[in-house]
Design a protein around this ligand. Structure first.
Ligand SMILES: *Cc1c(COP(=O)(O)O)cnc(C)c1O
Length: 377
């Protein structure tokens, strides 16, 4: 049996979690602060604010950018549904834009096509680890006067224009769910360069309190906190952050290994007309958090037939990235959604192949042999 993804968790993570438990400090505390600093440094951001998930990170990013009822936020439909859901948490309306065929990412053109007078922000996803064109999209958003929120859930270790994918972002949201490249069980982070917004984010994740638990702990007298605004409990625990610190130290090796495995897939698939493997864009490098393949009619077997053949051979693959506009939760927006031909093609015709630290070259050959056989090659 070949699984599609296996989190890389070792004895070091188990020990780090146990140490946090033994220390008696299990909620947000010193390990969270250390993880924030280390993660922000690793992705080239000035500040990191740890939260409970990428979904809550996206929610808070919209709150600090004052997005609310009556506002429209442009998002790719081709993304995990949390990207669109976050927009609804603040009472705004998601407007779905199409993506480019090669990388599955928003472009200046696809965003421009659905802009309106009500547009306040754009959430651009670094799709499955493939960076969007950060230079082009950040510049365009600035020119349009729109906030650009980067959904970097899958992008730890990806690069664009020689920098980490989230570096230079006005605000970026990251995920540490086990399906992503490094994990804390559940968990997320907001990164940004603006110190004032970072301070507000720290309050927003902690009930709007102006004094953190760490500050209170450091004081010898009871500190009178004050609640500055209605906010949330979106904290990460110190147990999670302890695991995250170990995971972060593994990130460069994990990314290097995933890139090598992706290159091997690309080689094995190169001679098969009708199968197109995801590749790096000219300006950057994916961490290959997801390795997807687009199946075109000339291949001779459809996407679903390939998923069946893989499953029969004990290989766990997945449908391509979902399209939120096709889900019942967004059926109410159907009438106002412009056609999304590339999104619909990618979600219908692509599949995600296994890629993880235990995958061997022999596994990859077996997987590609099953794909060829399904098409009678
Ligand atoms: C996984 C994912 C999320 C949600 O992350 P959580 O940490 O599980 O909330 C959001 N956006 C994208 C693009 C994702 O892949």
């Amino acid at each position: 049996m070949i699984p599609v993804m296996v989190p890389m968790l070792g004895e070091e993570e188990a020990q780090a979690a146990a140490e946090a438990v033994r220390s008696g400090w299990v909620a947000q505390g010193p390990r969270v602060a250390r993880f924030e600093e280390a993660f922000a440094a690793a992705v080239g951001a000035g500040h990191g604010v740890a939260v409970s998930s990428c979904t809550t990170a996206l929610h808070l990013a919209l709150v600090v950018h004052a997005v609310g009822p009556g506002d429209e936020v442009i998002v790719p439909s081709l993304s995990f549904i949390a990207t669109a859901n976050a927009v609804r948490y603040v009472g705004a309306t998601p407007v779905f834009a199409d993506v480019d065929l090669a990388g599955g990412n928003l472009t200046v053109e696809t965003v421009d096509a659905v802009r309106s007078g009500a547009t306040r922000a754009v959430i651009a996803v670094h799709q499955g680890g493939v960076p969007f064109d950060t230079v082009a999209l950040r510049k365009a958003a600035e020119g349009w006067g729109l906030a650009l929120i980067e959904d970097a859930a899958c992008a730890a270790g990806s690069t664009a224009y020689g920098a980490p994918a989230g570096a230079g972002a006005a605000i970026a949201a990251w995920s540490f769910h086990p399906r992503k490249i490094i994990t804390t069980g559940e968990g997320g982070m907001v990164t940004l360069d603006d110190a004032e917004q970072a301070a507000r984010l720290r309050r927003l994740r902690e009930h709007g309190m102006n004094v953190s638990a760490a500050d209170r702990h450091a004081s010898s007298r009871p500190v009178q906190e004050s609640y500055l605004e209605t906010a949330y409990n979106y904290r990460m625990t110190d147990i999670q952050a302890a695991v995250g610190l170990v995971q972060l130290s593994r990130l460069p090796a994990l990314v290097a290994q995933r890139r090598a495995l992706a290159a091997r897939y690309q080689e094995l698939l190169a001679g098969l007309p009708g199968l197109t493997a995801v590749t790096d864009p000219p300006y950057g490098q994916s961490n290959h958090q997801s390795f997807w393949v687009r199946v075109d009619p000339e291949f001779g077997a459809g996407r679903d037939a390939l998923l069946d053949a893989l499953a029969d051979a004990g290989i766990s693959a997945r449908h391509g990235i979902m399209a939120a506009h096709l889900e019942p939760a967004y059926a109410d927006l159907a009438a106002r959604t412009a056609p999304l031909p590339v999104t619909e093609r990618l979600t219908r015709d692509s599949l995600i192949l296994p890629l993880h630290h235990r995958l061997t070259g022999a596994d990859q050959e077996r997987i590609v042999t099953v794909l060829r056989a399904a098409a009678g090659r």
